[in-house]
Design a binder for this molecule. Structure first.
Ligand code: ATP
Ligand code: IP8
Length: 244
């Protein structure tokens, strides 16, 4: 089985509220496996901008109610656009909105995922605004779901699609960056967050990837080059990073 995340930076322009990259998602959908895969997508500008504005990760307060509802609405909107694109490309994807099957601080019930996988469907879940046993409300990153799904299903390959070629020694654009082809535990890449991102950006992603690497082979590749995803899935040479 494969576990693949369509990063928020690929499927949307994170700097502008509600910008969906339909064409990019369509091109990715054409190279995705049609079964034996679990898909996760990030929030991009459908989630991070309002999550930041309403300080959702700081927990519940009365004034945040409408913001929390709007984020869930916007994520359903984004999810439906991705779901439709996948189905149009012949992928039997079924939506699994996190706010309806999990809360943070409790174990995830994977029963429906088990059914979907058993019957050959492609589960599609995403980063979302959810309830939290300690804070009341919170944001669950798609990266955290990637980790939980990797622990449960032990995929052969786990792929993160982002808007850059892989993990660099320094932030892309800093002038010091070099692409790391194999990220070893001793490497300490420097990162920074340039756009609204309430879930820790590349820094948190690297920690999550290192944890997933205990269960699966982990790759970071550029989602704007879907042929690289094909190469990874076929065990061919590719441009990107393997996380060890
Ligand atoms: P989301 O978390 O919203 O789903 P995503 O998974 O696509 O988004 P981001 O969290 O946006 O990924 O992380 C990708 C961004 O991280 C890139 O745009 C890149 O500029 C930035 N970045 C910062 N430092 C690094 C680094 N050392 N190596 C690679 N990318 C980095
Ligand atoms: O983009 C964040 O998920 P991510 C979810 O995978 C929201 O980090 C709603 C901001």
């Amino acid at each position: 089985m494969y576990l693949i995340k369509l990063g928020g930076s690929v499927i949307s322009d994170k700097s502008e509220y509600l910008t969906f990259r339909e064409d990019t998602v369509k091109k990715i959908a054409r190279v995705l496996p049609k079964n034996d895969v679990i898909l996760v997508h990030g929030a991009g500008s459908f989630g991070h901008i309002l999550a930041d504005k309403y300080s959702i990760t700081d927990g519940f307060e009365d004034w945040k109610r409408l913001g929390f509802a709007k984020i869930q609405r916007d994520m359903i909107d984004l999810n439906l656009r991705i779901l439709s694109t996948l189905i149009d490309e012949g992928i039997p994807a079924v939506s699994m909105p996190p706010h309806a099957f999990m809360s943070m601080g409790s174990a995830i019930n994977f029963e429906i995922f088990d059914y979907l996988i058993h019957y050959g469907f492609v589960p599609l879940t995403f980063g979302d605004a959810v309830f939290d046993s300690e804070r009341g409300i919170n944001i669950c990153s798609g990266d955290v779901l990637m980790l939980e799904l990797a622990k449960k299903y032990r995929p052969e390959k786990t792929v993160f699609l982002t808007d850059v070629d892989g993990i660099y020694t320094h932030p892309p654009g800093s002038g010091k960056e070099e692409l790391i082809r194999e990220l070893h535990p001793a490497h300490d890449p420097k990162t920074e967050i340039k756009v609204s991102d309430v879930t820790g950006g590349m820094d948190l992603k690297i920690n999550v990837m290192r944890e997933i690497a205990k269960y699966s082979k982990v790759y970071v590749i550029n989602g704007f080059h879907p042929e690289r995803l094909e190469s990874v899935l076929k065990d061919e040479d590719f441009i990107g990073t393997v996380v060890l």
